[in-house]
Design a protein around this ligand. Structure first.
Ligand SMILES: Nc1nc2c(ncn2[C@@H]2O[C@H](COP(=O)(O)OP(=O)(O)OP(=O)(O)O)[C@@H](O)[C@H]2O)c(=O)[nH]1
Ligand SMILES: [Zn+2]
Length: 213
């Protein structure tokens, strides 16, 4: 198996004290992380998020997408439930990588949507692979999950990869004027289950009125 468990440590966050588990994909050369909180290995289905890396949204406060908001809400929900897991998967830009995502954003600045931009760069719309999830979850003693996502293809991909998904839990947060078009493209072209007036969960950096655009 190419996924190897490496080490664990505490990770205190504003939401609670998680345990961070590091894994290495020795074939792809990628490092992935699982954050757990509470007892996740008791056989009960576990509240879970499989979150694909988005440096811009997760770390740089970007409002172009909903990733940062979803990550924050997922960690908050796990803390509120008292147990759960967040898999942080290092497949930036739906698998095309950070620099290609910046190229794609440049094309989107000029009018392409998120799918057209990928295609203009010669990539498929979504190159992600979820095969690391089952071995990571198994290592943590998790055999069934309640998956926080709006993406039905992610549910199918995880199921196809051997993960028992007993429920999909909607995760609609962070809609704002900068990601409105992106979210409607996700719904129309990528099949995401999104209501048009999704609830917003403002983050501290979302307080300012948008400027430009
Ligand atoms: N190529 C590309 N990747 C993007 C863009 N915006 C966000 N991403 C990446 O998309 C991934 C997140 O995918 P999303 O489609 O937003 O959400 P999802 O994971 O499919 O679905 P949810 O579980 O509902 O969040 C992350 O890896 C982001 O870096 C974009 O415009 N172009
Ligand atoms: Zn994002």
């Amino acid at each position: 198996m190419s996924i190897q468990y490496i080490a664990s440590s505490k990770l205190p966050t504003p939401f609670g004290v998680f345990t961070m588990h590091g894994f290495e994909d020795t074939v792809a050369g990628k490092e992935h992380v699982a954050l757990t909180l509470g007892d996740v290995g008791n056989g009960e289905p576990v509240l879970a998020r499989a979150h694909s890396e988005c440096l811009t949204g997760d770390a740089l406060f970007s409002m172009r997408c909903d990733c940062g908001y979803q990550l924050e809400e997922a960690m908050r929900a796990v803390a509120e439930a008292g147990h759960g897991v967040v898999l942080y998967l290092r497949q930036e830009g739906r698998g095309i990588g950070l620099l290609n995502k910046i190229r794609a954003y440049h094309l989107q600045d000029q009018g392409a949507d998120t799918v057209e931009a990928n295609e203009q760069l010669g990539f498929g719309a979504d190159l992600r692979d979820y095969s690391m999830c089952e071995p990571m979850l198994s290592h943590l003693g998790i055999y069934a999950i309640r998956l926080m996502t709006n993406n039905p293809r992610k549910v199918r991909a995880l199921s196809d990869a051997g993960v028992k998904v007993v429920e999909r839990v909607a995760l609609e947060v962070g809609r704002n004027p900068y990601n409105e078009g992106y979210l409607s493209t996700k719904a129309s072209k990528l099949g995401h289950m999104l209501s048009s007036a999704a609830a917003t969960a403002p983050l501290t950096h979302q307080d300012d009125e948008p400027v430009g655009e």
